[in-house]
Design a protein around this ligand. Structure first.
Ligand SMILES: Nc1ncnc2c1ncn2[C@@H]1O[C@H](COP(=O)(O)OP(=O)(O)O)[C@@H](O)[C@H]1O
Ligand SMILES: [Mg+2]
Length: 261
């Protein structure tokens, strides 16, 4: 069998007295969309931060395509093929959308050289701009390449941050709350987009919108108070009592009128 894209085993993270993650294990297979859900404070963002090297866990291991990842500096992750979007947007308001997307490439240190008029850097800059435009086209937003982020709608800005992450040509894409603030039409488009990305990468999605996660994921891990309380297919999760209880009456099964998956 192919090795998993991401293999997290017994991961423990503490902040002082707070146990944010308590021996969390999960596997993300190649070409899998893996949803991570759980109430506020469950440890979802902490899990992403640990995978991305932003914090040092107290225990456990993280491996990426069979290679130990703990201790890898965040800026090396893009080179390895791991990209993430943050819960906020984090776009540079003074740069164009295209320039923001170019910044997602790990080749960008040379990009600065082009500002100094170095010919090789010039060629690289052209190549990266071309690549950024391709990604924007794939996401259906090439028309706003020259706009500045504050001038484009929020839902489109969320697409721009995905475009920026795709510049790293990731094998593992981590999306933190990609559907938050989107209209249901934008959520449908996001669903299609993530579905198409799956052909060339694994995607881990942290999300509050349960219906959305249930619809796009092959497998789901549920966290509560830093622990994995359930994992399995969307159907497994829907039928899980502990999950329903963790959400305290929040509908885990699709609500009336929601798109039936
Ligand atoms: N930098 C930090 N310092 C102290 N406590 C933190 C920090 N980050 C997260 N926590 C705590 O860890 C727990 C998990 O938080 P988080 O991972 O942000 O949850 P989620 O993303 O699921 O809402 C919470 O109790 C939160 O207060
Ligand atoms: Mg969070």
């Amino acid at each position: 069998m192919e090795q998993p894209t991401l293999d997290v085993a017994d991961l423990t993270v503490r902040f002082g007295g707070v146990v944010a993650l308590d021996r969390v294990s999960l596997r993300v297979e190649a070409n899998e969309i893996h949803g991570i859900i759980g109430p506020n404070g469950a440890g979802k963002t902490t899990l992403f931060n640990a995978v991305c090297g932003f914090l040092r866990p107290q225990g456990g291991t993280i491996s990426y395509r069979g290679r130990a990842l703990l201790g890898t500096a965040p800026h090396h992750l893009a080179r390895l093929g791991i990209a993430r979007t943050l819960q906020g947007l984090g776009l540079w308001p003074g740069l164009t959308v295209l320039e923001n997307v170019v910044m997602g490439s790990h080749a960008r240190p040379h990009f600065l050289g082009s500002l100094l008029g170095m010919p090789a850097a010039d060629r690289l800059e052209r190549r990266l701009r071309g690549q950024a435009l391709e990604v924007l086209s794939e996401l259906g937003i090439a028309d706003i390449a020259d706009a500045r982020p504050p001038a484009v709608p929020y839902g489109v800005q969320k697409r721009v941050i995905i475009a920026r992450a795709l510049m790293a040509r990731p094998a593992l894409l981590l999306l933190d709350e990609p559907a938050s603030g989107l209209s249901s039409r934008e959520m449908d488009r996001l669903h299609k987009l993530v579905g198409s990305l799956r052909q060339r990468m694994s995607v881990v999605v942290v999300e509050h919108h349960l219906d959305f996660v249930m619809a796009i994921s092959q497998r789901i891990t549920v966290l509560n108070f830093g622990r994995v309380i359930a994992s399995g297919t969307p159907a497994d999760i829907r039928g899980n009592r502990e999950v329903s209880e963790a959400y305290l009456g929040q509908a885990v099964t699709p609500s009336e009128g929601a798109a039936g998956a």
